[in-house]
Write a protein that binds this ligand. Structure first.
Ligand SMILES: [Zn+2]
Length: 641
């Protein structure tokens, strides 16, 4: 059965489907096979039919209502309004015609789904559109709107892309499995510009395509996309682990230079990535840099993005299957499992990962079907970071001391991930009365990123998720937080009474945190608290390494020298990365054990420390004499099998 042709599959599916489903045709939809039917509700009622087909043809299948039978959009909206109770608070209805889905955003999604999905089924039956239901945040997310409007308005192009991706992924292979290489294009012996090329004789896949924000303006900001191993016209897929700029900033750039293939990531990453890329363009413009791409290319990236949930095995090339696992780093962050050549070789790439619990997310996965090569980040390789409890105690102490002396606290924070984690920490300690109550201002992209967290609450830590889903407690909507809606409000905050300010960006590279920094750094009563990793070369990185005088451009464009008199604290224990102990613990706990461990995403000494640990300690302790650690350099190609 493994050599079923497309014709075989079509015949088999037509035979298996009950006539009342009204099968019309079969098409590729990215890496899945779309079955078009006139009565999709029949297959929802009898879910086992599709499950049986999947077992036989071993491909992902999606059921799509035939466009011929779909009701007109206005009618669909009317039907939904008449079916769904008012209490569900629907805030928006949009359509994704390329896949026949109606996207319903509601404050209470459970009431749109109905008991045992009864309402959802009824929507399908009456409208012949498949509902996708999203939780709407209190402030509508602009990114979500942009994302869905691109899919809506570029329906034909999206269809063409999905077909082409499918045809490529399901092409008959030309080569037998027999060779796997990894080429280090960026993010090796350094942090930033992550990019890894995985090649077999048959196909090639790029894992991440980031930028080094500490090297802006220099050629070192970009991964080595000029490496002859990389050919954009034959590249099969781009896989993005998570929505941080050092992993996803340059994805649109690939489309500018002719890439026309898929971008795989989780659903939250798809939206967060768009948010970050748009903001990246804005910040570059403000700083007078020439952006490497423009909004057209961000839209191209959206049209080529195929969201995949954790645990879904997907054929992305004729000889590579991709599965995402939770990485515990930020919302939607994923570890990548590549199953190559029907078991010939298996790679796990951790991306950035946290092998420990945070308030926001569950810890990273540690069990995989198979793994011969592990590519592991080591931001904190060999380094001890204060424990989470110590970090929280320090954080509370520093803030209380600052507020007590009438100072203000500036927390420059990455908008995605750390900002939400710090909101949870602040909310918890203020509610418990351990943190002095003061206004908490949230400025920059944080609110937009938080909205996406609420929409994709399914991906949050279980306790937090159930609080949001059951409406019992949503800390993001806590009364302590005030969103700064306009830059004009900032001066009043800088001149006003003691307060806490959470502002992006996290390394003082653009964004409102820089504006607050200019206004607050010279007053010794204030404190600047860094709670995220500060890459060397960024302003934040230089300040935590001792810089106390900064030249900055003022409002009128004049250069001004800022003497930093405010207290500076860098609290590392909040990291969304595994610390030194957690990295080691992950190596002891990962199942099964890899033969080769490639170290990446860490400054040189941290990568080499972990390399030594694998070669001198781990392999002996595990009694795996053939296990090997390696900290390769940029442009190195390693043959895995
Ligand atoms: Zn990251």
């Amino acid at each position: 059965m493994s050599v079923m042709t497309i014709m075989d599959m079509r015949r088999y599916i037509a035979e298996k489907l009950p006539p009342e489903a009204g099968f019309t045709r079969m098409e590729f939809e990215g890496p899945a096979i779309a079955i078009f039917v006139k009565n999709p509700e029949v297959l929802i009622d009898q879910g086992y039919i599709i499950a049986d087909i999947v077992t036989t043809i071993k491909k992902r299948i999606v059921v799509r209502p035939d466009p011929e039978v779909r009701k007109k959009e206005e009618e669909v909206e009317r039907e939904i309004a008449s079916l769904v109770p008012k209490e569900a608070e629907i805030t928006g209805i949009t359509f994704d015609p390329s896949v026949g889905e109606v996207i319903i955003e509601a404050r209470k999604p459970g009431l749109v789904i109905g008991k045992n999905g009864i309402l959802m089924k009824e929507i399908v039956r009456r409208t012949k559109w498949k509902p996708r239901i999203l939780r709407s945040p209190p402030r509508p997310s602009k990114t979500l709107r942009l994302y869905h409007s691109v899919l809506y308005h570029e329906e034909r192009e999206r269809e063409r892309i999905l077909r082409t991706i499918g045809e490529r992924a399901f092409r008959p292979p030309l080569f037998e499995a027999g060779e796997v290489t990894v080429t280090c294009l960026g993010g090796f012996r350094e942090v930033g510009r992550s990019a890894i090329l995985v090649k077999t004789k048959e196909s090639s896949v790029l894992l991440d395509c980031g930028l080094n924000p500490g090297a802006m303006g220099s050629p070192d900001a970009f991964p080595r996309l000029d490496d002859p191993q990389l050919d954009l016209s034959s590249l099969d897929a781009v896989v993005v682990t998570h929505a941080h700029l050092d992993h996803c900033a340059l994805v649109p750039y690939l489309f500018k230079y002719g890439y026309d293939g898929p971008v795989y990531c989780t659903p939250p990453t798809a939206h967060l990535m768009t948010l970050l890329q748009m903001d990246f363009l804005k910040v570059l413009k403000e700083q007078g840099h020439v952006p490497p791409y423009d909004i057209r290319h961000v839209k191209e990236a959206i049209l080529h993005t195929i969201p995949l949930n954790y645990g879904v095995v997907t054929d992305i090339t004729p000889d590579i299957k991709l599965t995402f696992y939770n990485a515990g780093h930020i919302l939607g962050s994923a570890m990548v499992h590549l199953h190559i050549g029907r078991g010939f070789h298996n790679i796990v790439y951790t991306g950035d990962f946290k092998f420990g619990r945070t308030m926001l997310l569950e810890p990273a996965a540690k069990e995989f079907p198979r793994v011969e090569t592990l590519i592991m980040e080591c931001t904190y390789g060999g380094e001890q970071v204060p424990s989470r409890a110590e970090a929280e105690a320090m954080f509370v102490k520093v803030i209380n001391e600052t507020l007590e002396r009438n100072g203000k606290v500036l927390i420059p924070v990455p908008a995605v991930g750390r900002a939400q984690e710090m909101m949870l920490v602040i909310d918890k300690y203020m509610r418990e009365g351990k943190l002095i109550e003061a206004p908490v201002y949230v400025d920059g992209m944080i609110s937009e990123a938080t909205a996406i967290h609420i929409t994709f609450a399914d991906f949050l830590a279980s306790k937090l998720r159930s609080g949001i889903q059951h409406g019992t407690y949503n800390p993001f909507e806590s009364e302590y937080f005030t969103t700064v809606d306009h830059p004009s409000e900032r001066q009043a905050i800088i001149d006003g009474p003691p307060c806490i300010i959470l502002a992006s960006s996290g390394m003082l590279e653009g964004g409102p945190s820089v504006e607050y920094f200019k206004g607050l750094a010279e007053d010794e009563r204030n404190t600047i608290v860094f709670v995220s990793y500060q890459i060397e070369g960024t302003l934040g990185g230089r300040i935590v390494r001792g810089l106390r005088e900064v030249e900055m451009r003022g409002d009128e464009g004049k250069i001004r020298i800022i003497k930093i008199r405010a207290r500076v604290e860098a609290i590392e224990g909040f990291t969304g990365h595994s610390d030194g102990k957690q990295l080691i613990s992950f190596l002891y706990n990962i199942q099964p054990k890899p033969r080769l461990v490639l170290l990446c995403h860490g400054e040189k000494t941290r990568c080499t420390k972990m390399e030594e640990f694998v070669n001198n300690v781990l392999k002996k302790k595990l009694n795996k004499p053939r296990m090997k650690g390696l900290a390769p350099s940029i442009l190195e190609t390693i043959r895995l099998a």
